[in-house]
Design a protein around this ligand. Structure first.
Ligand code: C5P
Length: 294
């Protein structure tokens, strides 16, 4: 066992994401899918991870609101273990996770938690720290959405999610409304259903980033917002289609499912429209989150 410097206490914010667009390009031999997606971080919606010094080279995890998450299958634990195996830096720690991001909602909460731990470990690993590309490789071994959360802003992802390119898209000027129904969509099921819908499973040619989603796009530009998994998930959960329709009828410029759902997001130019949509959804028992994009 190596002697390691004691760690200091840290409180970290682990943000959610949405997929502005998500194209599924084809099934790979390893069962994963080649994607082209634009991730956008939602810094106002985040889980909190508190790290405190622990004993020896052990991790002890608490999740007061959801003890089911206190498990070695949690990406926080997996990230700590994988980082230790890759680098030899595995400090003992107590981790307390406070969840705000709904689970299984297409908002990347678990992936974000894992990436947040990877980042913290890498920042504290001194000479054992990994270069960014090696950290990305470690991250994709934990989950396809994990590498994105090692970036500092919006990013286009290809491959299964590990080929990342920072994007200068800005949603500044929009109000973002997330409708988060109490519904869990099984991601492997959604991708499998997509496979079954395809006539051919050959990899299609990669898309280019929709040109009108650029940093300089004003709220008046037409947004390209789409999700290839949406029609599959909507056919199984028609209530999600109704939520999207409600957002559009309420004046959203665009609305779409995030990831494999079940979260539906709407982008509004007019905050009052977003507020009236939010009030309607809440009255119908749907959890919402609203933020002015900066
Ligand atoms: O990597 P992660 O565990 O987040 O992926 C969950 C599931 O989603 C995978 O087991 C796979 O079925 C599906 N998936 C996929 N292609 C991707 C990402 C996820 O098929 N690019």
């Amino acid at each position: 066992m190596s002697i390691q410097e004691p760690i200091s206490e840290s409180i970290l914010a682990s943000p959610a994401k949405i997929n502005i667009y998500l194209k599924v390009l084809g099934l790979r031999q390893d069962g994963y899918h080649e994607l082209d997606t634009l991730f956008y971080p939602i810094h106002g919606l985040y889980d909190t991870i508190r790290i405190e010094p622990g004993h020896d080279e052990h991790m002890f995890m608490r999740c007061p609101e959801n003890p089911d998450l206190e498990s070695t299958s949690n990406l926080i634990y997996k990230a700590w273990k994988a980082f230790g195996e890759a680098t030899g830096y595995q400090p003992g720690m107590f981790v307390t996770l406070n969840k705000n991001i709904p689970m299984g909602g297409g908002l990347g909460g678990g992936s974000s938690n894992g990436a947040t731990i990877l980042r913290w470990l890498n920042e504290n690993a001194g000479t054992k720290a990994l270069p960014h590309d090696e950290l990305i490789q470690l991250a994709v071994g934990l989950g396809a959405d994990v590498p994105f959360f090692l970036m500092d802003g919006p990013a286009r992802a290809q491959g299964v999610g590990e080929k990342l390119e920072a994007s200068d898209i800005s949603l500044s000027g929009f109000t973002l409304l997330l409708a988060m129904p109490d519904l869990h969509v099984d991601t492997p099921w959604a991708f499998k259903a997509w496979d079954e819908k395809q006539e051919s499973i050959s990899i299609k040619e990669s898309l280019t980033t929709p040109a009108n989603l650029t940093k300089n796009s004003s709220p008046d530009s037409t947004l390209v917002v789409e999700n290839d998994l949406e029609s599959i998930v909507f056919s199984q959960h028609p209530e999600l289609r109704s939520i999207k329709e409600r957002l559009m009828q309420s004046g959203a410029m665009a609305a779409s499912m995030s990831g494999s759902g079940a979260t539906i997001f709407g982008l509004f130019r007019d905050r009052a429209n977003a507020e009236s949509a939010a009030a309607h959804l809440e009255k119908n028992g749907i959890e919402i989150f609203m933020t002015a994009c900066s």
